[in-house]
Ligand binder design. Structure first.
Ligand SMILES: Nc1ncnc2c1ncn2[C@@H]1O[C@H](COP(=O)(O)OP(=O)(O)OP(=O)(O)O)[C@@H](O)[C@H]1O
Ligand SMILES: [Mg+2]
Length: 346
């Protein structure tokens, strides 16, 4: 399929189409997520967000993925441009001197599935404590849940919705130190440089807290390594809130209620597999025709959302496959599922 046709496809947003094209490149490469990330110089978590359609990759990332499978990236450019939209305008003050509130949130997962109790727990913790820490293994859906909750909370936090990847578990990258993280966040709020302390994490944290105290801001602190990395970034007084995610349970954060994520229930897994493979409507689909093989896919995926998405993508891109063929390929251990599991036990 040409990039132009992909961009016009009726199957959804251009971002979804771009993700589908990237998954095809991955299939061509024959590599799992981890190996592909390593060979293309990307982090596994960023790559899985690109492949899952959650984040639009920067153009150089598209180029390096294409290069890896010796494909010309240029035909993908129009599609990529449609996903990226117009470049953000530089911050401008309105006539009344109020800058436009910033919204950095990644896109909400369009077919967000299940997690009712956990979403309720996150929203309740934000309501009572103004902070929450979501923990769980890699690929279990922490970022997706936090971002989903953040979109729900946007209306209550009209002065800005910020997102920062703290790179606590990004392969090949050191976790982001609180000092640069605070400078980034203060920059995102357009705090004039003369107000930002020149040095000292405590001073920067105090400046950040006083900015938060004066506004209604929501911040997602994604992928935290540990309590020490996050503590200086938390709001103090006022109405601003923070949603933290980490593969670790952040026991050192007093006063921050934890919400632990486990893999999906069998029913939620079945729903996600069906929706993500485009077979959720009606009973005529391949999954519905072969419930035994479908159950085996769920089992092989360990009910892990990341693995389920990969399985769904394969099914979607192989209209000629039965679910039984997918099971056979998965059982052979053809890379990507192994990679998903390797990531989650890391
Ligand atoms: N509730 C859900 N509904 C639909 N898709 C989901 C859900 N949860 C997770 N996913 C999908 O599973 C994949 C992994 O999810 P996510 O990136 O949120 O995991 P994570 O726990 O943040 O992983 P990591 O520790 O690597 O950051 C993504 O492709 C995401 O779209
Ligand atoms: Mg994450």
């Amino acid at each position: 399929m040409s990039a132009q046709r992909a961009a016009r496809s009726e199957h959804g947003e251009p971002q979804e189409e771009l993700a589908a094209r990237l998954r095809m490149l991955q299939e061509l490469s024959g590599l799992g997520v981890r190996a592909l990330a390593r060979d293309s110089g990307l982090s596994s978590s960023s790559l899985s967000r690109y492949l899952g359609g959650q984040t639009v990759p920067p153009w150089p990332a598209v180029i390096s993925l294409c290069r890896l499978v010796k494909r010309d990236p240029r035909p993908l450019r129009p599609l990529w441009e449609r996903c990226s939209g117009p470049l953000p305008a530089p911050p401008r003050s309105s006539r009344h001197g109020r800058p436009r509130p910033r919204n950095d949130l990644p896109r909400d997962v369009p077919d967000f599935t299940g997690r009712r109790a956990e979403l309720t727990a996150v929203l309740a913790a934000v309501d009572s404590h103004r902070v929450v820490a979501v923990d769980g293994m890699a690929g279990v859906g922490k970022t997706s849940l936090a971002v989903h909750a953040a979109h729900r909370l946007t209306a209550d936090h009209p002065d800005g919705q910020l997102y920062v990847d703290l790179h606590g578990f990004t392969e090949g990258r050191e976790p982001l130190d609180p000092d640069p993280a605070l400078r980034m966040l203060l920059g995102a709020l357009d705090v004039p440089s003369e107000k930002v302390p020149r040095e000292g994490v405590e001073e920067l944290a105090a400046c950040w807290r006083s900015e938060l105290a004066a506004r209604r801001i929501l911040v997602v602190l994604d992928n935290a390594a540990d309590a020490d990395q996050v503590r200086p970034l938390l709001p103090g007084a006022g109405a601003s809130v923070a949603l933290i995610t980490s593969r670790n349970r952040l026991l050192g954060l007093e006063e921050v209620p934890p919400v632990s994520l486990d893999v999906l229930s069998p029913q939620e897994s079945a729903e996600l597999l069906a929706r993500a493979s485009g077979e959720s409507d009606g009973s005529g689909g391949r999954l519905a025709r072969d419930p035994q093989a479908a159950a085996e896919v769920l089992r092989l995926c360990g009910h892990l959302p990341l693995a389920l998405r990969l399985a769904a993508a394969r099914l979607r891109h192989r209209p000629g496959w039965t679910v039984g063929i997918l099971v056979a390929r998965m059982a052979e251990g053809t890379g990507e599922f192994d990679a998903a599991f390797a990531m989650s036990v890391r």
